[in-house]
Design a binder for this molecule. Structure first.
Ligand SMILES: NC(=O)c1ccc[n+]([C@@H]2O[C@H](COP(=O)([O-])OP(=O)(O)OC[C@H]3O[C@@H](n4cnc5c(N)ncnc54)[C@H](OP(=O)(O)O)[C@@H]3O)[C@@H](O)[C@H]2O)c1
Length: 284
């Protein structure tokens, strides 16, 4: 089974290339393959003849997309169509990665895959158009709040603040499912190798806010989760500095994976504890 990962220099792309150790995997960063170049995409796919393409290429700057929706559409939607056409030419299967931002965030329970979409910003609009471009014969995997596997990320920022005694502000009025790319990557590879078509939600278990996340980091590192160094703030505290609206609630129900009987991804609390152990050198 040969995998091609696009956007391979991003946090999820890097995790996929690391996870696909037992498979033949080629990771192409933007500098190797610009997915908005239709002809380059066709040539790369025709030359490599992968069985599965996992598209991790995206313009993920939510505020940038708001300011330049045309570019957002080109990268996040048109390019998906180029990949679909290239897949068709060689019989490859597409796994396309999408986002909770396709929902309006007005729910109070995790969104199942079949919930109606209603993006509230240009990034979400472009990602929804990407899902449509992927079409019903690809796997469209939505996830939320991705956490890196090879960089300190949010876990590292909270640890640094606690260790240095410097306060850190963390949002407490948005909720979703923090998902560690090291846990998501094997799910994407399996979805591709088994060609599970349709929309699939894939997140670590558990719903929390960034403040809740920071508290879990504190607990795992042996600090007081009620520490005054962890300062809960709200979206309103940021004023009107951010161009794009954000969803308040975008937890995803992994109902398709559950119905297929797949092992649930571990709770984010356990993934946070593992990341803390790695970063503090206390892991096994
Ligand atoms: N981050 C999250 O919290 C989150 C949550 C839910 C879903 N997702 C989805 O997960 C996927 C992966 O996101 P990520 O967090 O890994 O994002 P990321 O770290 O920003 O990676 C995206 C990668 O795509 C590349 N890229 C941008 N334009 C490209 C182009 N025209 N051709 C080829 N590559 C291009 C970027 O390269 P440059 O850096 O050089 O531009 C970057 O390496 C995306 O589909 C995203 O929508 C992300």
């Amino acid at each position: 089974m040969k995998f091609l990962v696009t956007g391979a220099a991003g946090q999820l792309g890097r995790a996929l290339v690391r996870a696909a150790t037992s498979a033949d995997v080629v990771g192409l960063a933007r500098s190797d393959l610009d997915v908005t170049d239709r002809e380059a995409v066709r040539e790369a796919v025709a030359g490599l003849r992968p069985d599965v393409i996992v598209n991790c290429a995206a313009w993920t700057d939510v505020d940038g997309c708001e300011l330049d929706p045309q570019r957002a559409h080109l990268v996040n939607a048109d390019a998906v169509g180029f990949l679909v056409d290239a897949c068709d030419e060689v019989g490859a299967y597409l796994v396309h990665v999408s986002t909770d931002y396709v929902f309006n965030g007005e729910a109070s329970e995790p969104y199942p895959e079949n919930h109606s979409t209603d993006p509230v910003n240009a990034y979400g609009v472009s990602k929804l158009a990407g899902e449509v471009a992927a079409g019903p014969t690809a796997t469209v995997v939505r996830s939320t709040w991705l956490q890196p596997g090879d960089l300190p990320g949010m876990v590292g920022r909270v640890l640094d603040s606690l260790a240095a005694g410097t306060p850190i502000q963390v949002m407490d009025d948005r909720r979703a499912c923090p998902t560690f790319v090291a846990d998501l990557a094997p799910v994407l590879l399996r979805l591709g190798s088994e060609r599970v078509a349709g929309v699939v939600h894939a997140t670590n278990a558990g719903v929390t806010s960034w403040y809740g996340f920071a508290r879990e980091v504190a607990v795992a590192a042996g600090h007081d989760p009620d520490s005054e160094l962890l300062v809960p703030i709200s979206e309103a505290d940021l004023g009107s500095s951010r161009p794009a609206r954000r969803s308040v609630y975008s937890a995803l129900d992994n109902s398709v994976l559950r119905d297929m009987g797949w092992e649930p991804m571990r709770h984010h609390r356990d993934a946070i504890a593992a990341a803390v152990a790695d970063l503090t050198g206390t892991g096994a």
